[in-house]
Design a protein around this ligand. Structure first.
Ligand SMILES: NC(=O)C1=CN([C@@H]2O[C@H](COP(=O)(O)OP(=O)(O)OC[C@H]3O[C@@H](n4cnc5c(N)ncnc54)[C@H](O)[C@@H]3O)[C@@H](O)[C@H]2O)[C@H](O)CC1
Ligand SMILES: [K+]
Length: 552
């Protein structure tokens, strides 16, 4: 499991490790700083391999005279001396302390390092002071930038720097940043150097993901211990950049049990375990029988996308239940997928006939918003006791009445995008995007369904109180019909696993298909929704054997 913590939980984690488990705080700081220095060393090494040698551009006499060492660091060997100019911008708290540890390690590895303290040394205390003093006493280049001091020297240093390390604030940030510190962040954000934030981009609210006053825009964030939930919102993800998690050298179980966590990242390994090889005796009924209640004149494609996705996801039988005119049009376009008619004059009985002997339904894509569609949606979503993935028009039919879903029979998974969730909860899609975690929790509370809020970093909230976040995916998935495909994947998976497992598996596999497309084409656009289902089998196979689904 990959836990995601709130700011308070992460601070409690540190506190419990120090005060209850007697791990010295300075040890945690050293582990954090050294881990960050290893990530940076790998970045510097990767940069060296991809940029011309800097022999002619003397980084420093010391670096040239440094004994060359080859060290195995995470990801790839780093060659010392590190050829890079690094400016570390420290606050006066423990985040700054981490910065001094990073500075010392990079200095020890031959990089050209300068530390700028956004304050006065006399304010630096405790573990941070230990590392402040050590770095300076070892000869590290150090400059104070107290309130009122001009930022010219920092600006000049940053024009020469290859990397700038943001060590101003971490989980201690508790109010908007203003004045001198805001000016420092503005200078830092203007720099061309690659920006690496320690623990959290300074200024980012670790819970909401919103900037507090002003926030650092990092290219990378090296976070300590565990992901913080604010970094997983769209705004937080934009400010954090690529996120690397460095462990603090303390085991999770005793501490996490005590402090708890707020969410979990959907893990490839976990989803892979849902797709063990099938029994040789499996037959098409056992492989899953999915009824797709979708499509209407002019919107047949949605039903076909959902049905094809269900087939590619392994369902043995897929039937599209739709209106007579739509069914007639569909019959010339399907081979493996069957069709059945919903009689608009006998909606209930015709649906009951289609539902007989089935346990899994996907309902809503392109189904229509007219009174017959509403009657059909109510009949199935509220009155039928099987498993239902409720998407698109079917969600919109419950706009303003989410509580009616709480009384529905059977098990529901809702798959709204922000606009659909806004309609369900009675507010705008923009308002939903402003507080994705709050909105999805509210939706679960009011509907008692599993709710998937789609978008960058799709979130899954369950009636049992669990919150899952998908770290895969990219803008290529923002294409017409993409949601219809997700609905079909989830319905098919639900034939062989629980509703929540199917939700996590569907979201991850769907996101990985977008990432596989980008890995192959190098492009984050141009993907057809109809191409997503064909990518699914190889992703399932890779996940099942624990291989990288994108390495093909
Ligand atoms: N606790 C540990 O053992 C470890 C902590 N790690 C790192 O430490 C930070 C948390 O450090 P902390 O000293 O609590 O706070 P910060 O350094 O984030 O902030 C400094 C200080 O600033 C004050 N403050 C808050 N908001 C503002 C503001 N808007 N303007 C001015 N000043 C502000 C507040 O008093 C803070 O105390 C954590 O993120 C890690 O980076 C180690 O990594 C692990 C061990
Ligand atoms: K920081």
């Amino acid at each position: 499991m990959i836990p995601v913590l709130t700011r308070a939980q992460m601070r409690a984690f540190d506190k419990y490790a120090i005060e209850t488990c007697h791990v010295p705080g300075v040890v945690l700081m050293e582990n954090a700083g050294r881990g960050a220095a290893d990530v940076l060393s790998a970045m510097i090494e990767a940069r060296r391999r991809h940029t011309p040698s800097r022999e002619t551009d003397a980084i420093s006499a010391r670096a040239r005279s440094f004994p060359v060492r080859h060290v195995q660091s995470p990801g790839q060997p780093a060659t010392y001396p590190l050829e890079a100019r690094v400016v570390v911008v420290c606050g006066t708290g423990n985040n700054g302390g981490d910065g001094f540890v990073v500075a010392r390690h990079l200095y020890a590895r031959g990089a050209e390092v300068e530390v700028y303290l956004a304050g006065k040394s006399e304010k630096v205390m405790g573990d941070a002071r230990i590392n402040h003093d050590a770095y300076i006493d070892l000869g590290g280049r150090f400059f104070e930038l107290p309130e009122g001091a001009g930022l010219g020297p920092l600006h000049t240093a940053l024009t020469r720097a290859d990397f700038v390390i943001d060590a101003l604030f971490g989980t201690g940030l508790d109010r908007p940043i203003t004045g001198h510190l805001a000016d420092v962040i503005a200078v830092l954000n203007d720099a061309a150097a690659r920006c690496v934030a320690l623990d959290i981009p300074s200024g980012l609210d670790a819970d909401s993901g919103a900037p507090l006053g002003i926030a650092v825009r990092a290219d990378d964030t090296v976070t300590f211990g565990h992901l913080k939930i604010g970094m997983l919102t769209p705004e937080g993800a934009r400010l954090a950049g690529n996120v690397h998690v460095v462990d603090l050298g303390v085991p999770d179980p005793p501490i996490l049990t005590h402090v708890g966590f707020v969410a979990e990242v959907i893990r490839r390994e976990t989803v892979g375990s849902y797709f063990a090889p099938r029994e040789a005796s499996v037959h098409k009924h056992k492989a899953g029988d999915v009824l797709v209640i979708a499509g209407s004149p002019g919107k047949l494609g949605a039903s076909l996308l959902t049905a094809r996705a269900a087939m590619r996801a392994g369902a043995g039988l897929v039937t599209i239940g739709t209106w007579p005119e739509a069914a007639t049009s569909l019959e010339s376009r399907v081979v493996e997928v069957m069709t059945t008619r919903i009689d608009p004059t006998r909606i209930g009985p015709s649906l009951d006939a289609a539902l007989a002997g089935r346990r899994t339904v996907a309902i809503g894509p392109g189904f229509g918003l007219g009174p017959e569609a509403r009657a059909a949606v109510d009949h199935v979503v509220l009155g039928w006791d099987g498993f239902k993935v409720v998407d698109a028009d079917a969600i919109t039919h419950f706009a303003g009445r989410p509580e009616s879903l709480a009384k529905a029979k059977g098990r529901l998974v809702l798959t709204p995008h922000p606009g659909e969730l806004g309609r369900l909860l009675g507010r705008s899609g923009a308002a939903i995007e402003q507080d994705r975690f709050g909105a999805v929790r509210e939706a679960v509370g009011r509907t008692n369904a599993t709710v998937i809020l789609k978008g960058a970093r799709t979130i899954i909230a369950t009636p049992e109180g669990r919150l899952f976040i998908c770290m895969a995916g990219n803008p290529a998935l923002a294409t017409a019909g993409s949601g219809d495909v997700l609905t079909g994947l989830i319905a098919a998976f639900a034939c062989s696993m629980s509703a929540d497992e199917a939700a996590c598996a569907g979201v991850l596999v769907h996101a990985l298909a977008g990432d596989l497309w980008r890995a192959r084409t190098g492009c984050d656009r141009g993907l057809f929704a109809g191409e997503i289902p064909d990518l699914v089998p190889q992703i399932l196979a890779a996940l099942a054997r624990g291989a990288d689904p994108l390495a093909s």
